[in-house]
Design a protein around this ligand. Structure first.
Ligand code: PRP
Ligand code: URA
Length: 208
């Protein structure tokens, strides 16, 4: 099992701004994207390299480039969409799949409504994106869907996690790598993260 909780001051600072109820939609979107880039930089540090031969103005040389092993980014709709451009800024040629899940308002369990993933998942490193890991139900289901379609090299990135969700995800999928921007106190009676930032999807898309 591999869990990384970020300690970088820039990530901490930007998450504090995200939490603020006075942060409006435009700034909220920008911050989600920026945090995704900062987290992605770390989460991609094990990308495989290969060596290519080239000429500098001085001489012929052999140098590293990121290898052809294909990367797939899979946001969980809706809120995960907010993180996509932040990761694409680092790996512009990554493929993008989508998994649509919403939490039932009463049971808080995820309901699937969409799944479209790139081909050859078994050959790809897959980065699942969702800013919120609350009960962990959505994350567990998303990884189940990816594994059912052949994916096995999986990283999960969330900006804010509750201990309950982190436990559920790491127990259900001990083989994946999990990255969290911050581990919060827990969940309230409505399964919202405390102190959290409210409903990430609504804040990204301005729907409330
Ligand atoms: C939010 C969030 C996660 C999920 C986390 O999505 O973006 O997908 O809740 O909760 P869980 O860990 O308890 O499953 P939501 O279901 O509100 O849908 P939305 O992104 O469309 O608003
Ligand atoms: N989904 C959110 O958007 N926020 C929470 O706190 C929990 C689930």
């Amino acid at each position: 099992m591999s869990v990384t909780i970020f300690e970088h001051p820039l990530i901490k600072h930007k998450i504090t701004l995200l939490r603020d109820i006075n942060t409006g939609t435009r700034d909220f979107r920008t911050l989600i994207e920026e945090i995704a880039t900062l987290m992605g930089y770390e989460a991609l540090r094990d990308l495989p390299l290969e060596y290519v031969e080239l000429d500098t103005p001085i001489c012929r040389t052999v140098q590293p480039v990121v290898s052809g092993k294909k990367l797939a980014i899979v946001p969980i709709l809706r809120a995960g969409l907010g993180m996509v451009n932040g990761i694409l800024a680092l790996v512009p040629s990554a493929r993008v799949g989508h998994i649509g899940l919403y939490r039932d308002e009463v049971t808080h369990e995820p309901c699937e409504y969409y799944c479209k993933l790139p081909e050859n998942l078994e050959k790809r490193t897959i980065i699942v994106l969702d800013p919120m890991l609350a009960t962990g139900g959505s994350a567990v289901d998303a990884v189940n869907l990816i594994k059912k379609r052949g994916g096995s090299s999986i990283k999960f990135m969330s900006i804010i996690a509750a201990p309950e969700g982190l436990k559920r995800l790491s127990e259900a999928h001990p083989d994946i790598m999990i990255y969290c921007g911050h581990l919060d106190e827990g969940l309230n009676e409505n399964c919202y993260i405390v102190p959290g930032l409210g409903d990430a999807g609504d804040r990204i898309f301005g729907t409330k």
